[in-house]
Design a protein around this ligand. Structure first.
Ligand code: SF4
Ligand code: SF4
Length: 398
C-alpha cells in the first residue's frame, strides 16, 4: 500500500521586501496548484495571522505585514471576493494589532478587518480531549481558514507554529479558562489538536523570515531564519521547523499529540521537504535542509524532564521542570500579569502592595505562562526548575 505523505514547501527568503515575499509565497503555493486548488472564488475566507498583541513588525511578535499582504493579494488574484483577516489577540483588539503592523483596511486587496470579538459555543462530539469550544463567530462562519503563523518559541509548548496558532480561534478571555482546564503542555497540545480536528484549516503558511528565539512568544529575540514554510499539514510544517532549529520534533507536544490524534505527521519518512525558488523546486533531505538553512544554536528549550513513571503525571512534572520568574528591575508594576493569570484567586499577585512587583504562589501556578506572554515589559521569563535535565549534545542530523 502506498504510504501517505505530507509535503512541506520551504522557500528561502531573506527580506520582507513585499514583491520578494509575494513571489516566494506564489512559488511555494504553485507546488500545491496555487490558491486555485485550495479555495473556491465564492467561498468565505478567513486569513488568521498570529497577533499576540499590538506590536510593530520589527519585534517579530506577530506575522509580518508583508507576508499577510502577499497572501491577501494572491487570494484577490484567485478571484476571492469575501476575504477577512483577523485574530483574537491575548491582549487588546484585533483592529489595534493589525493597525500596529501598519496594515490599512483600504489597502489590503479588497479584504476586510474582522474583530473576532463575538463568541459562538460549538459542540464537537468527535473531540478526543475537548468536546466543546467557544470560538469567535468568524471561525464558524468561514468556509476556509488560511492559518498564517509565525516561527517563534513558546514557554509552554517550546515552539509556536502552525498547530499552536489556532488557539486564537478561541474567543477573547475564554482562552484563559482553557489554560485552567488543560493545565499542562500535553493536554493543552491535545486540546489544540482537537481544534484542528474540528475546524480543518485549509492551508498553513509560516513566516520564518525573521523568527523569535529565547523568551517567546512575546518577549524573545528576533533572529533571521530566512524562510517561509507552506503545507496543508500543520504537524509536518512544525516538524520541518524543528529540523531547521535542530530540535527533536517528538519533544514538542503539539507535534507528538497532533500526530497521535491524526492531525498530521511528525514522521520523517512521511514528509517530503520541497525546496522552492521562484524558478525551480526539488525534494531534499532533512540533512540537506539543515546544511542549507538550519540554525543549530537557535535559542529554544531543549531540556527534557527525565522520563520516569512520573511522566504519567505530566502536569506535576511540568510544574517541577520550569517556572515563571519576574525580573524586578524591569517590572513597572502595571498588573497585566495579574490580570491575565487564569487561576482562581490568582497565582501571581501584588501581595506586597502595588509599589512592589507582583509575587508568585508556585503552589497555585499551573505554568500556563499567560503572564509571561502578556507582560509588556518582557520582565517575565521561564526559568528551569530543579527537575530539568540537559539534553546530551548529540547530532540529530545524520
Ligand atoms: S506584567 Fe510585567 S511589568 Fe507588569 S507587573 Fe507583571 S511583571 Fe511587572
Ligand atoms: S502565574 Fe503565570 S504561569 Fe502561573 S498560572 Fe498564573 S498566568 Fe499561568
Amino acid at each position: 500500500m502506498e504510504q501517505k505523505r505530507s509535503k512541506v514547501m520551504v522557500i528561502p527568503c531573506d527580506s520582507y521586501d513585499e514583491e520578494k515575499v509575494y513571489n516566494c509565497i506564489k512559488a511555494g503555493l504553485g507546488q500545491l496548484g496555487g490558491f486555485d486548488a485550495i479555495v473556491k472564488a465564492e467561498e468565505k475566507i478567513l486569513v488568521k495571522p498570529n497577533l499576540l498583541t499590538a506590536s510593530v513588525p520589527d519585534k517579530a511578535i506577530a506575522t509580518h505585514p508583508s507576508v499577510l499582504r502577499a497572501v491577501l493579494r494572491l487570494l484577490n488574484e484567485r478571484g476571492c471576493v469575501d476575504v477577512k483577516i483577523g485574530d483574537s489577540p491575548g491582549h487588546g483588539s484585533c483592529e489595534g494589532a493589525l493597525k500596529a503592523l501598519g496594515l490599512k483596511e483600504d489597502d489590503i486587496f479588497g479584504a476586510k478587518f474582522t474583530p473576532m470579538s463575538d463568541n459562538v459555543h460549538v459542540d464537537f462530539a468527535d473531540g478526543i480531549t475537548c468536546r466543546e469550544f467557544d470560538f469567535c463567530k468568524e471561525i464558524v462562519e468561514s468556509d476556509a481558514i488560511i492559518n498564517v503563523c509565525k516561527m517563534k518559541t513558546h514557554a509552554l509548548e517550546r515552539i509556536t507554529g502552525a498547530v499552536k496558532n489556532v488557539y486564537g480561534f478561541v474567543c477573547g478571555y475564554r482562552k484563559a479558562a482553557g489554560h485552567v482546564k488543560f493545565p499542562n503542555d500535553t493536554v493543552f497540545a491535545r486540546m489544540l489538536a482537537d481544534i484542528h480536528r474540528c475546524t480543518h484549516p485549509r492551508l498553513h503558511i509560516m513566516d520564518g523570515i525573521v523568527a523569535m528565539e529565547g523568551n517567546g512568544p512575546g518577549s524573545g529575540t528576533p533572529t533571521p531564519m530566512n524562510v517561509i514554510l507552506i503545507s496543508e499539514d500543520p504537524v509536518a510544517l512544525d516538524t520541518v521547523y524543528c529540523y531547521l532549529i535542530d530540535l527533536d520534533p517528538e519533544a514538542v507536544p503539539t507535534n507528538s499529540q497532533g500526530c497521535r490524534m491524526g492531525v498530521g505527521t511528525d514522521k520523517e519518512e512521511e514528509i517530503d521537504i520541497i525546496l522552492c525558488n521562484v524558478d525551480q523546486a526539488k525534494t531534499i533531505t532533512r540533512k540537506e535542509l539543515f546544511e542549507k538553512l538550519g540554525n543549530g544554536s537557535f535559542d529554544v528549550g531543549r531540556e527534557k524532564p527525565k522520563k520516569t513513571f512520573l511522566m504519567k503525571y505530566s502536569g506535576f512534572m511540568t510544574k517541577l521542570a520550569r517556572r515563571p520568574v519576574i525580573d524586578e528591575d524591569e517590572c513597572v508594576k502595571c498588573g497585566v500579569c495579574v490580570d491575565h493569570c487564569p487561576v482562581p484567586g490568582k497565582a501571581v499577585d501584588f501581595k506586597n502592595g502595588k509599589q512592589r512587583p507582583p509575587v508568585y504562589d508556585y503552589k497555585k501556578c499551573i505554568r500556563c505562562y499567560c503572564c509571561q506572554e502578556m507582560c509588556p515589559r518582557h520582565a517575565i521569563s521561564a526559568k528551569k526548575g530543579f527537575l530539568s535535565f540537559k539534553k546530551k549534545k548529540k547530532a540529530s542530523i545524520s
